[in-house]
Design a protein around this ligand. Structure first.
Ligand SMILES: C[S@@+](CC[C@H](N)C(=O)[O-])C[C@H]1O[C@@H](n2cnc3c(N)ncnc32)[C@H](O)[C@@H]1O
Length: 359
C-alpha cells in the first residue's frame, strides 16, 4: 500500500481552479440530482451535465482510447476495470443517482448519531472521477465529512486529485491511496464511519466487491457499508414473455407487457450481517443457498439470477435499473424439463462469482 500525494504531471491548465460559475453549477446539479423527483429523462440529463464537469475538471476524457479495457488489472480477488471503463460508469445515471442518494443519507445518519468529529468515508475504487463522492463534497463541508480516496490504478488517483483541487474541494479529502483494497491496512487513526465501494459486476461476478467489503469491514466493524445490501435471487423465467425492450423495474410495471417469473428463492446476500457470519471462514468459498427449481410449466422457462442493490435505506436499484442489476441465466442441465436441486456457493479469487452444483 502506498499513501500518496502525487506531484501532478498534468498540464498547468488542468490544475488551475475552475471558474466560480462552473463550481456553482456543479453544486446546483448535485443538489438537483439528490432532490429532484423528476422523470428519468430529466435525471439522465442532470447526471450527464454533472459528468461533463467531472470529465473536464479531471482532465480525463472518456473517449480518448480506442480500447476501453486498456489498463485494467487482474487482481488476486477479481478484475479491476480500466480507468476508462470506470469513468464510463459515471454515465449510468440511475446507478449514480441511487448511490449518491444512499451515501448522502448514510452520511446524514452518522452526523446525527455521532459527536462533532468529522464523518470519515473510505471510498474503495474511485475511478478517475470519484463520482460517488465528489458531488457530496459540495453538500457536506470538510468540518462535517472527510474522504479517503483509494484506487488500484495510479492514473485514476492522479485525476481525482486534479479534479478535487480544481473544484476547490481539497479540504474534503484526508488522504489518497494507490492500493489494492483487498490488501489495504486502514490507519489506526482513520477508521471510517462509512465504507463505500462499487466494484461489482452483475450478480456479484468478476469484480472484487465481496472481497473488498469483507477485508475492509473486518478492520472497521462498526462502519456502515454502502451499498448496504446486494441480494441475488433465483427466478424461473418464461423467456417468451420477457419483455422485448429492457424496462427498468424502477419505472414501475409496464402497461403493455408483463414478464412471467416464478420466484424460486434467495441465493446470496452481501450485507454487514453475512460478512460478519463469514469471519471464521478461510479458503476460497463462501456459503450460499440451496434452491429447488420446479419443473418448468412450459418449455421456454429458464432459471435466472436477479440482482437487487440497496445503497442505503430506501434507495434501491431493481432489475434492469442499471447494468449491475441485469439478469444472468443459470447454466442448464441435460434435461431442461426436469426439476432441479442446486447448491450454490460464492467463489472467491481471481474469477469471483456464484457457482451452482446439482445435488
Ligand atoms: C466499477 S468502477 C467504479 C468507479 C467509480 N467508483 C464509480 O462508481 O463511478 C470500479 C473501480 O474500482 C477500482 N478497483 C477495482 N478493484 C480494486 C481493488 N482491488 N483495489 C482498489 N481499487 C479497485 C477500479 O480500478 C475502478 O476504478
Amino acid at each position: 500500500m502506498t499513501d500518496i500525494n502525487p506531484p501532478s504531471d498534468l498540464p498547468a491548465e488542468e490544475s488551475a481552479t475552475l471558474d466560480e460559475s462552473i463550481i456553482e453549477e456543479f453544486k446546483r446539479l448535485t443538489f438537483e440530482t439528490l432532490t429532484h423527483d423528476a422523470p428519468k429523462g430529466i435525471l439522465a440529463g442532470l447526471v450527464g451535465e454533472l459528468v461533463d464537469i467531472l470529465e473536464s475538471a479531471a482532465g480525463f476524457q472518456i473517449d480518448s482510447r480506442p480500447d476501453v479495457t486498456e489498463g485494467e488489472t487482474s487482481s488476486g480477488e477479481g478484475l479491476a476495470i480500466s480507468p476508462t471503463q470506470a469513468a464510463m460508469c459515471a454515465g449510468e445515471f440511475q446507478r449514480t443517482v441511487i448511490f449518491l442518494r444512499g451515501l448522502h443519507d448514510a452520511i446524514a445518519s452518522v452526523i446525527e448519531a455521532t459527536s462533532p468529529e468529522p464523518v470519515r468515508v473510505l471510498y474503495a475504487g474511485s475511478g478517475p472521477y470519484a463520482t460517488l463522492a465528489v458531488p457530496l463534497m459540495t453538500v457536506f463541508p470538510p468540518e462535517a465529512v472527510r474522504f479517503t480516496i483509494l484506487d488500484i490504478h495510479p492514473t485514476s488517483i492522479e485525476h481525482v486529485k486534479s479534479l478535487v483541487r480544481r473544484l476547490g474541494l481539497a479540504d474534503s479529502v484526508d488522504a489518497y491511496a494507490v492500493a489494492d483494497a483487498c490488501d489495504y491496512t486502514i490507519p489506526g487513526d482513520a477508521i471510517p464511519h462509512i465504507i463505500l465501494s462499487e466494484t461489482m459486476g452483475t450478480a456479484l461476478e468478476k469484480e472484487p466487491q465481496v472481497a473488498i467489503m469483507r477485508h475492509l469491514l473486518r478492520q472497521a466493524p462498526d462502519a456502515i457499508i454502502v451499498p448496504e445490501s446486494v441480494r441475488v435471487d433465483a427466478f424461473l423465467v418464461d423467456t417468451s414473455k420477457e419483455i422485448d425492450v429492457i424496462v427498468p423495474e424502477g419505472e414501475g410495471p409496464s402497461s403493455k407487457s408483463q414478464p412471467n417469473r416464478i420466484p424460486v428463492g434467495p441465493v446470496f446476500e452481501l450485507n454487514t450481517e453475512t460478512i460478519q457470519s463469514w469471519t471464521s471462514l478461510s479458503g476460497d468459498r463462501l456459503p450460499a443457498a440451496a434452491i429447488d427449481i420446479p419443473a418448468p410449466p412450459e418449455p421456454l422457462y429458464r432459471p435466472y439470477l436477479f440482482t437487487t442493490i440497496t445503497t442505503h435505506g430506501k434507495h434501491l436499484l431493481r432489475t434492469h435499473d442499471c447494468s449491475l442489476t441485469g439478469i444472468r441465466e443459470i447454466p442448464g442441465s441435460d434435461d431442461d424439463s426436469a426439476e432441479r436441486s442446486l447448491q450454490f456457493h460464492y467463489r472467491l479469487g481471481t474469477a469471483p462469482g456464484l457457482v451452482s452444483e446439482d445435488h
